[in-house]
Design a binder for this molecule. Structure first.
Ligand code: SF4
Length: 335
C-alpha cells in the first residue's frame, strides 16, 4: 500500500456546516475547487516526474469532505484518476471526509473507483466538544463509519485535534483512546490553531477561548504520539502543514513549522531524564539512540543536550540496534 501521497486539495465544498476552527481556504492554501482536467494534469505530471514509479504512492483528495460534495462532481474527480491507477501509475486513491458522509452506498462507489484509504475527520470523540465546535456529527457517527469502512478492504485513517474550544487535556486523551479502539491504520493529530475568518477567532478575541501554549501542546502531542505508535497505529502527521496562507491568517495557537520534531525531541528528553535519575550527577555519559534519532535526541537548537549537560556531561552516539524512541545510557569508558 502507498506510503506517499500526491495531494489534490478540494477546499471547503461539501460541508453541510461551518466548523468553529475551519477556514479551509487558509489551511489548504488554495481557493478554487479543482476541475477533472486539472486533476488529470496533476496525475500526468506525477507519472512523468516519477517515470512511472508510483507504486508506493496514492493520489490523495484532501482538504474538504470528499464524499459530501455533489455526486456528479465527486465521480468526475474519481473518474479523472482512473487512467493513472495500476501498472506504472498510482497504487490507489486516498480521500478524507466527514464521518456522517459515509454509508454502504458511498463505500460501494469508492471501492468501484479503487479508493484504497479513507481518513475520517473526527477531531473529537466527545459529543459536547463536537457540538460546541459546530461539527454537526456525533461520536457515534464515527464509530458507525469506522465499522463500515473496516468491513471493506479500504484502509481506515482518522484525524483528531487537540486543544479545541472547551476540550480539556483529559477530553483529548479520551479521544485518542476511543480512536485507538477503532483500530485505524493511521492517525493525524492537529493541535488547534486559531485562524482568521473562523468562529474560534471571534471567541478568542472575546476572551472566551484560550488556545493551548506551544509547550503544553508539545507535551500532550508527544504523549499521544507515543500512545498511538505503541499500539502499532502510524502517526502520519503531527501539526498543520507549513503554508504561507496559514502564516498569513494565523491569529493564535501552538503553531510551529517543525511541530513533530519538537514532540519527538520531547519524548527523547523525557526518556533520557528518566534514566539519568539512576546515575550520579557529573558522571560523564554516553547516550545511545537510533542513528535516525541523533538530532531529535539533541533537540531543536540542541536544547535537550544543554539541559542534560547541566547535570551530566553527555555524548550522543548512534546505535542501530535500538528501536525509535529508545534511549540507552552508559558511563563513558575511560580512554
Ligand atoms: S467539515 Fe472539514 S472542511 Fe468542512 S468546515 Fe468542518 S473542518 Fe472545515
Amino acid at each position: 500500500m502507498g506510503h506517499a501521497n500526491v495531494s489534490v486539495f478540494v477546499p471547503h465544498i461539501g460541508c453541510p456546516n461551518q466548523c468553529s476552527f475551519c477556514n479551509q481556504r487558509s489551511i489548504s492554501g488554495q481557493q478554487q475547487a479543482p476541475t477533472p482536467e486539472e486533476v488529470q494534469e496533476i496525475c500526468r505530471q506525477a507519472v512523468s516526474l516519477r517515470k512511472g514509479q508510483l507504486d508506493d504512492t496514492q493520489l490523495a483528495f484532501f482538504g474538504g469532505s470528499f464524499t459530501a460534495i455533489r455526486r456528479d462532481y465527486m465521480l468526475s474527480l474519481l473518474q479523472a484518476v482512473q487512467p493513472f491507477l495500476g501498472e506504472g501509475g498510482f497504487a490507489g486513491i486516498r480521500i478524507s471526509t466527514r464521518p456522517d458522509a459515509i454509508n454502504e452506498e458511498i463505500l460501494d462507489i469508492l471501492q468501484q473507483y479503487q479508493v484504497t484509504a479513507i481518513e475520517l475527520g473526527v477531531q473529537s470523540m466527545n459529543d459536547r466538544v463536537l457540538r460546541l465546535n459546530k461539527r454537526g456529527h456525533t461520536a457515534e457517527d464515527v464509530v458507525k463509519a469506522a465499522a463500515l469502512i473496516r468491513q471493506t478492504d479500504i484502509e481506515l485513517g482518522v484525524q483528531m485535534m487537540t486543544g479545541l474550544y472547551q476540550s480539556s487535556l483529559q477530553d483529548d486523551r479520551e479521544t485518542a483512546e476511543k480512536l485507538a479502539a477503532l483500530h485505524p491504520v493511521t492517525v493525524r493529530i492537529y493541535p488547534t490553531i486559531t485562524i482568521e475568518g473562523t468562529e474560534l477567532a471571534e471567541l478568542y478575541r472575546q476572551g472566551l477561548y484560550q488556545p493551548m501554549e506551544l509547550a503544553q501542546s508539545v507535551e500532550l502531542c508527544a504523549e499521544l504520539l507515543l500512545f498511538f505508535e505503541e499500539r502499532g497505529i502510524r502517526v502520519i502527521r503531527l501539526g498543520l502543514h507549513d503554508q504561507p496562507s496559514l502564516e498569513q491568517d494565523f491569529v493564535a495557537g501552538p503553531y510551529h513549522p517543525a511541530f513533530r520534531e519538537l514532540c519527538e525531541g520531547r519524548i527523547y528528553l523525557k526518556r533520557a531524564l528518566q534514566q539519568l535519575k539512576d546515575v550520579k550527577p557529573q558522571v560523564p555519559l554516553d547516550l545511545f539512540v537510533h542513528p535516525k534519532a541523533l538530532s531529535k535526541m539533541a533537540g531543536q537548537h540542541r536544547c535537550n543536550l544543554m539541559q542534560l549537560q547541566q547535570r551530566n556531561p553527555v555524548k550522543i552516539r548512534p546505535d542501530d540496534s535500538l528501536p525509535l524512541f529508545c534511549v540507552r545510557i552508559k558511563p563513558q569508558e575511560k580512554r
